[in-house]
Design a protein around this ligand. Sequence first.
Ligand code: EPZ
Length: 418
Amino acid sequence: MDQLIIDGGRPLRGSVRMSGSKNAALPILIATLLTDEPCTVDNVPVLLRDLRTTFRLLESLGKSVEISGSQVRVTAHGSLKTQAPYEIVKQMRASVLAAGPLLARFGLVRVPIPGGCAIGLRPIDIHLKGFAALGAREIADSGDIILSAPRLRAGRVRFKFPSVGATEHLMMAAAAVPGATVIENAAREPEIEDLAVFLGRLGAKVRGAGTARIEVRGERTLHGAVHAVIPDRIETGTFMLAAAAATGRLTLLGAEPRHLKAVTAKMRAAGAKIDESAGSMTVSMSGRPRPVAIATAPHPGFPTDLQAPWLAWMCRASGRSRVTETVFENRFLHAAELRRMGAHIAVTGSEALVSGIERLSGAPIMASDIRAGAALLVAGLAAGGRTTISRVYHIDRGYERVEVKLRGAGARIRRVKA
Ligand code: EPZ
């Protein structure tokens, strides 16, 4: 198993190119199940483990996937299967999103119920309620859910919480159902807008993506499309926080400043200088940050996926700050690892209180999920001495060639086989 070894305390400099968004690419690739015609998706972070899992999912359902650089071409050969393998769903929860398109097209689908994960229970009740509103019947059968609806019908659904996955899932299914489906209290993340653009290219009419009310007018037969995925705002935010924590001046090429407004505002309040232009962002920082409180929230709030790296930065703030997690129940596993580096963090329920110290010290630490891993990278880059991160496969789910990108920015980081 790989480890990352960081000799920290060196400022980051120069520029790094950001990849396409993992969380936009996953649903878009799964949405290719809506058509039998070829689809070409560009700017896909193909090196990520979650993308590899998505390709295997599509292949297991009967699609062919060809990869060339960051371009992915998905074609059909013969008829699709309507049963997703547990072995794939258990590796990546987002696989469950295959159910919607298959249900809408074939009237019946069987998917394993994804279990919880390190960051929370993560049920799919909001998805299922949405399908019920479109006329689907649900049968539980030894760990699987069977959804059946000989003809899914357009309908109206109001989510109790703006779930990203449920919004994407319903949008995909509705794209293959004639008539207007309305989703209220929909998630507003940029990845939803990107999916809406893709569904539009397949032939559906989607209005309101990026707002809390989305209307999808579907078509029974959708066609192929060419699309380029938006830049990864979470990768960008992670590198912004790494540059701020390690200090220096780093330019993120291919970044989209519009998607990171909440993060930029908080980082500026803490003392970072951030310059934005079309297609790039530059972060400059010297010294310790001012303590600034954040609370995560659905978009346009502060993203839960950047809570962990933010907390890592605040470990060296010049005072006490509070971090509140409102989206997931159990997303502070990184706090224990950061404490091993000398951080003063007290976690009570959904709140972490951080008392900043001058500098963290390198230590052997372990990633527990993608973004906890990102926090450890940020901490290791800022710390004095050597940090060894194990369970790097978590980081590899969300960051392409992270050590190569960071080395390009002047970090001393290498990957070793342990
Ligand atoms: C997406 O997960 C992202 N994943 C997550 O990124 C991200 O953290 C999350 O949105 C929030 O922004 C992908 O896009 C593949 P949710 P998702 O449904 O869709 C509860 C990363 O690090 N909920 O908005 O699963 C749920 O338990 C990953 O890249 C229900 O209660 O998120 C959670 O507490 C991690 N019932 C909250 O809502 C449901 O039916 C938010 O979940 C669905 C969700």
